[in-house]
Write a protein that binds this ligand. Sequence first.
Ligand code: F3S
Length: 399
Amino acid sequence: MYLTKEEEAILSGELGPEYQKAMKVLVKLGDALGAEKLIRIVHAHISGISYQNIGDAGLEFLEEYSKVKVRVYATSNPIGFDMKLWSEMNIPESFYRKQMRIVSALKRMGVEQTFTCTPYYIRKPSVGEHLAWGESNAVLYANSICGARTNREGGPSTVFAALIGKVPCMGMHVESYRTPRVLIKVEAPIENSLHAGVLGYTIGLYVKDRISLITNIRRRREDIVKAICAGLGTSSSSPLFFIEKISPEISETKLKHMDITERVEIEPHDLENIMDKYSFRANADAVFLGCPHLSYNEIIEIFNYISKFEGTTKIPLTLVTSRKVFNEIPENVKLEFRKKNVKLICDTCFVVAPLKHMDVRRLVTNSIKQAYYLANIHGVKVGLCKTRECIKLAFKGEA
Ligand code: F3S
């Protein structure tokens, strides 16, 4: 791989052992995968920072690199608790201390304390920008909805990319790789984020690591495309898809010259088959909304709907968002949530939290991603329903 003089100097250790190791990994990766050079990125999003997921090995890794600073704007994925409400969440002191060591390490490195899986609400990428993002829903959103360019980076590689400010020029950074091979025609009505997430999940099962072009989606609201990204990222390793009339790179010319090798139709029963696996409703002990983290508009929409209900929730209802969005929510909305015992929390989600200490065994959500990981990682019994049904269930206490 061609290296500039500056890159050679970093590789030979001129800036110290941490930058040298980071550069070595990037060069090795680039050489192994046929990259010709490194390219500059404008934003790294560091994933894999919850102590629940990375344990002591991850903590030591981050502390090792916290002696030096990132060389590009960098944000961070969710951690294991809400920074301000951790004791109310029943987080054990030992977990808290280890997680806070991770937070301090990231701070020393100069990483923004965003703790969200929706970095696109912190800084929206532009068409053609090169990024190094971890977190599958964010990667798909950046590539597919914003037209930016990032591979699906893992936690450590986002750290190395942030330290160097560059990534090997390969995969999604290269124009010729950004071509759909599978055409997906959606023949099922996609009216809300539950259906959209399940649709994304179903498409992911078909495409695996391939790039698809999704057609015939009539509703193209923000919450719908975001849920498709989250669902598709859950069941596949695909880094990019195109949606007709949304993805900025899909021009009429590109559509005409595509080399589609497979065509798939998604019917209503394909989605029903997935939803049937999450049909549980009775005796839920928690209701969760906010995977991926809620946007400002989603929270206001939930607030408006919640205003119709008298009294407080019978089943705890948790809404999750980023600290940035939380700070933008008007005080009267937060007050109303508190009055109705609706918990609006930040920095985390149930998947990356130490859930066994939080008394959550039977949960209902509108997100296939949250459902999939809670069932498979935490052994929680999960039911899937639409946002409004989730809220009704929380207030009425039964389906
Ligand atoms: Fe975000 Fe947690 Fe879902 S990190 S995408 S809310 S599983």
